[in-house]
Every structure is written in structure tokens, then in C-alpha cells.
Design a protein around this ligand. Structure first.
Ligand code: ZN
Length: 257
């Protein structure tokens, strides 16, 4: 795991700008974890992926985060600050261990109804599953497709069944079961609105957040390269190889002369 350099930030942004979020998340990780094979990144559970993204973000942009959220009660836009440590579901992972094939057994009982329980053996959704299903825009369809991939065995209604044949309420119980096994996959923030005092929980998506920061940084770097190339005639690669301190010192000279 390493911080992304200026050249890597531009490279990742260029490579991923037209891609979907699940692929952008992997592009970020592939650049931050050159020691890992791409296929091994695809096998990370979503929570493992997000824990590594959190660590990569920390290395690249530090551990303070500022984000915006709109109060659902009064519509006020609030800016809130947090730290990467606050977003961790477990201990910090600099480098999670090699992903091993893991499966879990669960009994899915329909909430509040006397319907039959289902017995399943399942694995957790992975970064690769999210990429494979990223074209599916219907949430219900995506949930069934994910269940078909992740559920390895099902017994329901007295016999073997297929995951996509389970009723919605059991699939919802399965989704909760998976979230509980992989808590970093879903980060909820407790927010309080300074205008109306309303309290709510908002989902925090480290992949989308880190990508948005990277895109903003890439555009800022391009402006710096543009200014320095115009003033000194230097090549892009040489400008990006300068330390930020040196780059900014030259920019200050241009802007103050
Ligand atoms: Zn409010």
C-alpha cells in the first residue's frame, strides 16, 4: 500500500473517468496496492475493498475528511468533518491478509410471518461481483443476481432450491446477514442538522468519496502543469515528478512576477 503520486493520480483519473464506480474503486486500489495482483483485488469482499480504500485515501490525502449532506427534514446543506478512524468498522488494515474462500451457513427466517425458513450456505459479495453487476440498474434484479452468485446451497420448502426463487423477505434477511458479516461494506454516519436539530443516518461511500477527491485533484494538477509548462516549457512528466512543495514554489514565482 502506498500513497498515490501526482503522476499516478492523473493516470488513475484518466483511466477511470469514463468507467462506473465499481471499476473506479478497483482502479484506485490497483494503483495504491501495486504489490497485489488485480485478480486478488477482485476477490476482496466489499468490506475488505472499502477498508483498503480507506487506508489508501489516508495515505494519499490524509485522515481528515470533509463532506456535504442535505438534511432530510429541512433541506439545509451541511458540511461535516470526520476522520478515517471514525469510518472504520474494525481495526485499521494497512494490508488485509490474502482473501481465502470463505463460506457461511445461515438460517433465514421471515420477519414477523410464519413462512418456512430457508437454510443457506453463502459467501460474501466481492469487488468483482459489483463490477460484474454494475450494468444492472434495477435494485431488486441486482439483489437476486447477487444472491444467485453468492448463495452456494439453499434448502427451502422441504427441498433444494435456487437463490433467486426465494421470496423477497428472505432475500432481505440474507442481505442483512451478509452486512453483519462484512460491516465495513456499509458505513452509516450519525448526522445532526445545525439548523433544525434533526438527526439522521447517512450512508458514506468511501469509493465514491475518494474518487471525487481524486478527480478534483487531477484537474488541479492539470492546471499546475499547464501554468508551469507555459512559463518554463517543461515536460508534463518532469513537472509531475517535482515535489508538491517545489511545484507550488515555482507557481508562486509565476503568479507574483
Ligand atoms: Zn435540518
Amino acid at each position: 500500500m502506498q500513497a498515490l503520486s501526482a503522476a499516478e493520480i492523473l493516470g488513475v483519473w484518466e483511466h477511470g473517468a469514463d468507467r462506473r464506480p465499481a471499476e473506479q474503486a478497483l482502479a484506485l486500489l490497483a494503483a495504491a496496492c501495486p504489490e497485489r495482483a488485480y485478480d486478488s483485488l477482485l476477490e476482496l469482499t466489499v468490506g475488505e475493498r472499502d477498508a483498503l480504500l480507506l487506508a489508501a485515501r489516508e495515505q494519499t490525502f490524509g485522515d481528515d475528511l470533509a463532506a456535504l449532506a442535505r438534511c432530510p427534514a429541512c433541506g439545509e446543506m451541511l458540511e461535516f468533518a470526520t476522520r478515517t478512524a471514525e469510518l472504520r468498522a474494525g481495526p485499521a488494515v494497512e494490508d488485509a491478509g490474502e482473501p481465502a474462500p470463505r463460506s457461511y451457513r445461515a438460517t433465514l427466517r421471515p420477519a414477523g410471518q410464519p413462512g418456512p425458513a430457508a437454510y443457506v450456505v453463502y459467501r460474501l459479495p466481492t469487488a468483482g461481483d459489483l463490477i460484474d453487476l454494475q450494468e444492472v440498474s434495477d435494485v431488486a434484479v441486482a439483489r437476486r443476481a447477487l444472491a444467485d452468485r453468492c448463495v452456494l446451497e439453499v434448502t427451502w420448502g422441504g427441498g433444494e432450491a435456487l437463490a433467486h426463487g426465494l421470496p423477497d423477505d428472505l432475500l432481505a434477511v440474507l442481505a442483512d446477514e451478509m452486512s453483519a458479516r462484512d460491516p465495513q461494506a456499509e458505513t452509516q454516519l450519525d448526522l445532526t442538522c445545525p439548523a433544525c436539530g434533526g438527526q439522521w443516518q447517512a450512508l458514506f461511500d468511501i469509493a465514491a468519496f475518494f474518487w471525487a477527491e481524486l478527480a478534483a485533484e487531477a484537474k488541479r494538477l492539470l492546471r499546475e502543469v499547464d501554468a508551469l509548462a507555459r512559463a518554463y516549457g517543461w515536460r508534463e512528466a518532469d513537472i509531475l515528478a517535482l515535489s508538491p512543495q517545489r511545484r507550488h514554489a515555482y507557481l508562486e514565482l509565476i503568479w507574483t512576477s
